[in-house]
Design a protein around this ligand. Structure first.
Ligand code: ZN
Length: 71
């Protein structure tokens, strides 16, 4: 359970934000800010992304909250 660097595990994220016109989220694997491809919230929510920097999969929750600034 301690191997959160395992890259084949898809981790759900529940908060997203926006920067310079792009949706962003904190990668749950490497904690880097990840730029989400998608034009609007409905396109981003429920979508799986592969973070190429760490080969980690993440999925944006269908009910992910939009926040102005990531913590
Ligand atoms: Zn990552």
């Amino acid at each position: 359970m301690s191997d959160d660097k395992t890259t084949n595990k898809i981790i759900q994220i529940n908060t997203i934000s926006k920067k310079s016109g792009d949706y962003i989220a904190e990668c749950p694997h490497c904690k880097d800010i990840y730029r989400l491809i998608g034009n609007d919230l409905s396109a981003v929510r429920g979508t799986r992304y592969l973070h190429s920097a760490c080969d980690g999969w993440l999925v944006v929750s269908k009910t992910a909250r939009f926040i102005r600034n990531l913590p």
